[in-house]
Each structure stands twice: as structure tokens, then as C-alpha cells.
Design a protein around this ligand. Structure first.
Ligand code: ZN
Length: 225
């Protein structure tokens, strides 16, 4: 039986690629200059290109379980910290102007914070600690509690981003803004964190020139429990 994914690769090369050929060639000749670092959950239902309409060269992307940001410092353990490396590269080399942390509804990572993990999932358990402070004091989370946990976790990651010296420096200089997005899979809506109030506001209600979503130097994100 032919491999379906291989068939799709062939279809891409023959049908879709010709429309993008010039664009990719330009991105090869001139290099990439994406304006946004997108840190998104690995969940297959979160499709950043669909949400943002971004094309080739626009998003520098790193995805992981839960859209989490590891600590910048104090992890000099010789480990391989892919997400931290991506943040450093995006800010120092690519000089992105925006970092988006994008979580979503029905996030399995956030639900797992309330459940027992398999003993074999040692990496997953340690990784989820990065969202542990978002957990609410409930035994069994309601859908509403899960949603609040997802949003609190996003705010936590933005705070942790500010611990990266190159992030803080560029935010302070007004050259970089941080954004928290919570994608509602079933609605197609993205709720955007207003760092002034800690509330998430539907993107469809935000005025185009509203900079509420952009973090300032005095980033104080504290989503209500
Ligand atoms: Zn998720």
C-alpha cells in the first residue's frame, strides 16, 4: 500500500510548490527575516499557519508540550534545551520583534497537571513542572478550571521569558513585545492576554491599534485564580 504521506509530498512538489517557488528562492537568496517567534503547543489541532495566515518566512516557530518556556538560567547542566536555544537564536540573531506564546483549549498537557503520569514519563513530568504554578487548588478540574489553568500557564511563560536577559533588554528598549494567546479550538477564536489587566480578550474585539496585548517593561501578568 502506498504511503499516504509520501503521496502528499509528491502532490506538494507538483501542485503547490510552483506557486511558492519564487518566494522560497527569495528567502534562500536573502535569508529569513521572520518578525515573530511563535511558541506553540504541539497539539495537532493548533495550526498556526491557518490561524495567522502566515506564509513562508514569517514565523520562526518552536513547539513543545504545553507551549512552555524553560528557565533561561541556572540550567547549565549540559542538557539540550531546545526551546531556550530557539528563544536565544530568535532574539539575538533574527531580532524578532514579537514573541507569541500560544496555548489552547482542551490542552492535554494542562489536563495532565491534574493527573498521575506513567512512571516512564520522567521527561514529561519534569517538563510539566514549568506550568505547575498555574494549577488551581481543586481535586478534579471542571472545564472552566482547565481553561483558567491554560490561561494562567500562558501568563507564567511570558513572565519566564522576561528572565532571559536578551528578551528583557529588548522589551525594555521597546524593540520587542510579548504576547499571550489562548486559542479556542471549537470557536476559531484567539483570546489575547491583556497584560494591563491579566484578562484574556477575544482578538476579534481588539481594535487594530490596541497595544494592550503587547508587554511593556513593567510586565505584570497575574491572571486571576
Ligand atoms: Zn496543548
Amino acid at each position: 500500500m502506498p504511503d499516504e504521506l509520501l503521496q502528499r509530498l509528491r502532490r506538494f512538489r507538483e501542485d503547490a510548490f510552483p506557486r511558492y517557488r519564487a518566494r522560497f528562492q527569495a528567502l534562500v537568496d536573502d535569508g529569513q527575516h521572520p518578525s515573530t517567534l511563535f511558541i506553540g503547543c504541539s497539539d495537532s489541532r493548533l495550526v498556526p499557519y491557518l490561524l495567522t495566515g502566515a506564509g513562508p518566512g514569517e514565523l520562526f516557530m518552536v513547539r513543545n508540550v504545553g507551549a512552555l518556556v524553560p528557565p533561561c538560567c541556572g540550567t547549565a547542566d549540559g542538557g539540550h534545551h531546545g526551546t531556550a536555544a530557539a528563544i536565544e537564536f530568535a532574539v539575538l540573531n533574527l531580532k524578532v520583534r514579537r514573541i507569541v506564546v500560544c496555548g489552547h483549549t482542551h490542552c492535554g498537557a494542562m489536563r495532565a497537571l491534574y493527573e498521575d503520569l506513567s512512571d516512564e514519563a520522567v521527561n514529561l513530568g519534569a517538563w510539566l513542572d514549568l506550568a505547575r504554578d498555574a494549577v488551581l487548588p481543586v481535586e478534579r478540574p471542571t472545564p472552566e478550571a482547565l481553561r483558567r489553568t491554560e490561561q494562567r500557564a500562558i501568563a507564567l511563560q511570558l513572565e519566564r521569558l522576561m528572565d532571559y536577559p536578551m528578551v528583557r533588554r529588548r522589551v525594555d528598549a521597546g524593540e520587542l513585545s510579548l504576547h499571550g494567546w489562548h486559542y479556542v479550538i471549537e470557536d476559531g477564536e484567539v483570546n489575547v492576554l491583556d497584560v494591563r489587566t491579566g484578562a484574556f480578550v477575544p482578538a476579534s474585539r481588539l481594535a487594530e491599534d490596541d497595544d494592550a496585548a503587547g508587554a511593556s517593561a513593567a510586565l505584570a501578568v497575574d491572571v486571576e485564580p
